[in-house]
Design a protein around this ligand. Structure first.
Ligand code: CAA
Ligand code: NAD
Length: 290
């Protein structure tokens, strides 16, 4: 199962990062979003990241140009028809993902592997929207994709060995270390990470400490590179809430109940770094203000 061309759907922070590392690894990449403006925003994320790598000497000028040269963008799903692997990175919403996979299954070549970068939704359930569950898999990159080494690889109930091997190999070629896990809500990464972030939000709500103090405790006391509220803002509070809802519903235990403050902030449009305001405020480049 040779992978040459990769389609990435969703040009947000994750899709842009995945498209970037795939192009850096030498794959032809086509990145798809719903509107030209979203694609331009994704391309800007990629240009900024490649620029930083170039500045630091982690990439030379020719590799920088070659990576950008291997990348095309489109708003048409049909432009992904000849891809060998398609990685979906759209919003963390099950009905939206199911609709997209149903459509992809009709339009892409029968041999193509369909992968989801979902943070939490069971892969077996997403695969059931297609007639190719043996070629369906979870390929969960971490944020920020160009810097984080892990790819969590999740086999659905019917995922085939050849699909798993092909995806493990592609992840390694992108410079990542894949770790295989089984299909449960939130997998390993977010079953452990998100309850911690949710608890930090609950501490704000109960007045245990300010967001700054909570973040400092976890940075200085536990050596975390980012405090939990900075990290929640970085992931996106809408995505954090969706993940908590999947854990709560899927595992049926109230210990996964989303914090009411998290829910309220999402309802108010405070989504974190991507909307300019969450627990902290951000400028248009995503840098913290104040
Ligand atoms: N591309 C290229 N280079 C980048 C970059 C990017 N996207 N982002 C930052 N950099 C570079 C910076 O330019 C900087 O370079 P120098 O050292 O030369 O200055 C370097 O990386 C470090 O960046 P910063 O100084 O800005 O910040 P930092 O030291 O805090 O490191 C970090 C940044 C690697 C993101 C670090 O803060 C970190 O590891 N944070 C935790 C991230 C994390 O937990 N990710 C997982 C989220 S959960 C998830 O992904 C799963 C899910 O489903 C929700
Ligand atoms: P985001 O909000 O930054 O981007 C989502 C993008 O998908 C947007 O550009 C949107 O226009 C686009 N989109 C929505 N529906 C679409 C469709 N039908 N076709 C094409 N594009 C569509 O979100 P994100 O943070 O990049 O997250 C994307 C996925 O990756 C989610 O499933 C999320 O759970 C997962 N994930 C997120 C993180 C994180 O830290 N943010 C980490 C790992 C995995």
């Amino acid at each position: 199962m040779e992978i040459r061309k990769i389609g990435v759907i969703g040009a947000g922070q994750m899709g842009a990062g995945i498209a970037q590392v795939a192009a850096q690894a030498g794959y032809d990449v086509v990145l798809r979003d719903l509107e030209a403006a979203f694609l331009e925003r994704g391309l800007n994320i990629i240009r900024r990241s490649l620029g930083k790598l170039l500045e630091k000497g982690k990439l030379d000028q020719s590799a920088h140009e070659a990576a950008l040269g291997r990348l095309t963008t489109t708003v048409h799903l049909a432009d992904l028809n000849d891809c060998d692997l398609i990685v979906e990175a759209i919003v963390e919403d099950e009905p939206t993902k199911l609709g997209l996979f149903r459509e992809l299954d009709q339009t892409t070549k029968p041999g193509a592997i369909l992968a989801s970068n979902t943070s939490s939704i069971p892969i077996t359930r997403l695969a059931s929207a297609t007639r190719r569950p043996e070629r369906f898999i979870g390929m969960h990159f971490m944020n920020p994709v160009p810097l984080m080494e892990l790819v969590e690889v999740i086999r659905g109930h019917l995922t085939g060995d050849a699909t798993t091997q092909a995806v493990l190999e592609a992840a390694r070629r992108m410079g990542k270390t894949p770790v295989e896990v089984n299909d449960y809500p939130g997998f390993v990464s977010n079953r452990i990470l998100l309850p911690m972030l949710n608890e930090a939000v609950q501490c704000v709500m109960e007045g245990v400490a300010t967001p700054e103090a909570i973040d400092q405790v976890m940075k200085l006391g536990m050596n975390h590179p980012m405090g939990p509220l900075t990290l929640a803002d970085f992931i996106g509070l809408d995505t954090c809430l969706s993940i908590m809802e999947v854990l709560h519903r899927g595992l049926g235990d109230d210990k996964y109940r989303p914090s009411p403050l998290l829910r309220k902030m999402v309802q108010a449009g405070l989504l974190g770094r991507k909307s300019g305001r969450g627990f902290y405020r951000y400028d248009e480049k995503g840098n913290k203000i104040g």
